[in-house]
Write a protein that binds this ligand. Structure first.
Ligand code: ATP
Ligand code: MG
Length: 231
């Protein structure tokens, strides 16, 4: 039987200044699944991802209730660094992912200090470079890269860190059709490598045929579909 990775039970979150947040969210995700998280703008997709990666309540203020667990452990019993080791995120706005004007290489290599493999990182970047035709990426100032390129670097670092669970927030937003399709094949490969991938997006043509579960958000409420067909 597939191992349960993430479980949410009656999860609620309200931002302080907002009445609507997410409410009564329950779902379970098994290891190796590709999960599509979709729904209209403002329906709560990013909010749910921020709960999953621990930014809520660590950084974002508001009221949270209900429970979240990772591999059977309640989030409240997991330290932030352990959560960061287990869950990698590629944010919706990749500008907010890198608060620095270092080169890509400078940014990436210190990661070794945190136990991430430089070799792995380089391999991932080379793969992405070949796949997406990104030239001289390592020597460029991260701020001179396009949003799509930055998102790809975030993707490379997330996968190089061997986090079991990857959260992508609108990864296709800055990509053209062809590159979005390539991203779909990368996610398919990650799935084969045993990663659990949760993708929040409005468009999901690039995930055709590889979605194991759909979480559909509507005004902060969730409908779970157990397959792409059911959705
Ligand atoms: P999009 O498709 O536009 O990315 P989303 O589904 O990711 O939308 P969220 O960003 O999760 O939506 O927002 C859900 C609700 O919470 C919205 O009503 C939004 O205005 C509100 N919200 C989001 N971030 C904050 C914040 N920091 N403070 C207050 N309210 C917020
Ligand atoms: Mg969002």
């Amino acid at each position: 039987m597939a191992e349960n990775v993430i479980m949410a039970k009656e999860l609620n979150f309200n931002y302080q200044e907002s009445v609507e947040g997410i409410s009564d969210i329950s779902f379970s995700i098994d290891s190796g699944m590709v999960v599509l998280l979709t729904g209209n703008s403002g329906s709560g997709k990013s909010t749910l991802l921020k709960c999953l990666n621990g930014l809520i309540p660590a950084v974002t203020e508001g009221e949270m209730s209900g429970s979240l667990s990772i591999e059977g452990k309640d989030y409240s019993d997991v330290k932030m660094y352990q959560l960061n080791k287990a869950i990698g995120s590629v944010f919706q706005n990749p500008r907010s992912q890198f608060f620095t004007d270092n080169t890509t290489a400078e940014l990436v290599f210190p990661m070794e200090n945190y136990g991430y493999s430089k070799e792995e990182m380089l391999t991932r970047l080379r793969e992405l470079k070949e796949e997406f035709g990104l030239e001289g990426l390592l020597d460029r100032n991260i701020y001179t890269l396009s949003s799509g390129e930055r998102q790809l670097i975030a993707l490379a670092s997330a996968t190089a860190m061997k986090q079991k669970v990857l959260l992508f927030d609108e990864p296709s937003a800055n990509l053209d059709y062809g590159n979005a399709m390539k991203l779909g094949r990368i996610i398919e490969r990650l799935k084969k490598e045993g990663y659990t991938v949760i993708v929040a997006d409005h468009r999901f043509y690039y995930l055709n045929g590889i979605i194991d579960k759909v979480l559909f958000m509507d005004h902060g409420k969730l409908k779970v579909c157990e397959s792409e067909e059911e959705f």
